[in-house]
Ligand binder design. Structure first.
Ligand SMILES: Cc1cc2nc3c(=O)[nH]c(=O)nc-3n(C[C@H](O)[C@H](O)[C@H](O)COP(=O)(O)O)c2cc1C
Length: 312
């Protein structure tokens, strides 16, 4: 198995097939540039941005790295159409769509030479997107941090392999080379990580957020928003438990307290009213490390598993 020369490294012109998942509030230009400089694909998370802010962040990344990077666009963001225009104007090498169907944007991106990828939790949407001309599908299992679907990575990736011929990247529950090797065994050509990169030296979130990930066990996340139609995996804090209860008794109030809750966790480390979005793999992460070390170790571990069959 080759982890350094895959359809993803070739298409994106990167050294390692490791993508920083787009993360609203978390995915700053600094973190994106660090991941790209270390050989992966760094991603600006534009979920909370307007056109002006995204332009600033793109220009900062261009100063910090000469390597390829991506912009993640959440289609629920009312600014999404302008953000796509910005990506095109600024000649960003790659765009990753989340939360919807980006089909209408694909022809313009293709014309511009932008690689387009979409995060999906359903094989049906993936098939439609392949027909619409998307370049890469990122299959995200429900172990993930942030907004999630219903199917695990272990089941979703083989299903996508059965349905698609374009390259597939696996996301959800990946924090080390063992999971990376497993995803490649399922047919993935790359991996995307969110939680592991939050617990990195270069990530600028509040220290409390990183500490919550380091301290969490594998059962210390919970799904909020299930009853509201927008499930999200977060660290099981008192706030998260309160949200789950409110969903049963007073859904309107649950919606209300969730507004701005990710921002409060990321910027203020607010344990009273913040939603610390993170995946189940928090329970596997024990140290805050540099993104370069995280990626080098992953590749080393994944290669060792395939080359020698050794337990590592
Ligand atoms: C704090 C946080 C914020 C996220 N925000 C977004 C987002 O804005 N857009 C998106 O497509 N995915 C978002 N995600 C999902 C990640 O991009 C990635 O797919 C996911 O974290 C992978 O699972 P993992 O956390 O187990 O590594 C977010 C995840 C986290 C943890």
């Amino acid at each position: 198995m080759n982890f350094r020369n895959t359809r993803i490294t070739e298409l994106l012109k990167i050294k390692y097939p490791i993508i920083e998942g787009g993360m609203a509030w978390v995915g700053t230009s600094e973190l994106a540039a660090a991941v790209s400089n270390a050989g992966g694909l760094g991603t600006i998370g534009s979920g909370s941005m307007d056109r002006q802010l995204l332009t600033q962040e793109i220009r900062k990344v261009k100063i910090l790295t000469d390597k390829p990077f991506a912009v993640n666009i959440m289609l629920l963001n009312p600014h999404a159409p302008e953000l796509v225009e910005t990506v095109i104007e600024e000649k960003v090498p790659c765009v990753v769509f989340g939360a919807g169907n980006p089909a209408t944007f694909l022809p313009a991106l293709k014309k511009n030479g932008t690689v387009s990828m979409a995060v999906v939790s359903s094989e049906n949407l993936a098939v439609r997107l392949e027909r619409s001309g998307i370049d890469v599908i990122i299959g995200e299992g429900m172990e993930s941090g942030g907004h999630i679907g219903e199917v695990t990575t272990m089941v979703l990736i083989p299903k996508l392999m059965d349905c698609l011929s374009i390259p597939i990247v696996a996301a959800g529950g990946i924090a080390d080379g063992r999971a990376m090797a497993a995803c490649f065994a399922l047919g993935a050509q790359g991996v995307q990580m969110g939680t592991r990169f939050i617990a990195s030296k270069e990530c600028l979130v509040h220290e409390e957020f990183k500490n919550k990930i380091i301290k969490a066990g594998i059962r210390d996340t919970v799904i909020t928003g299930q009853k509201l139609g927008h499930s999200a995996r977060v660290i099981k804090t008192n706030f998260a438990k309160k949200v789950c209860q409110l969903e049963l008794t007073c859904p309107e109030q649950a919606e209300e307290v969730l507004i701005g809750s990710l921002k409060r966790a990321v910027l203020d480390g607010d344990v009273q009213a913040g939603a610390f979005m993170a995946g189940q793999c928090s329970g596997l992460i024990e140290n805050i490390e540099g993104v370069g070390d995280i990626m080098e170790k992953m590749i080393f571990q994944a290669e060792k598993i395939f080359c020698s069959g050794q337990e590592v």
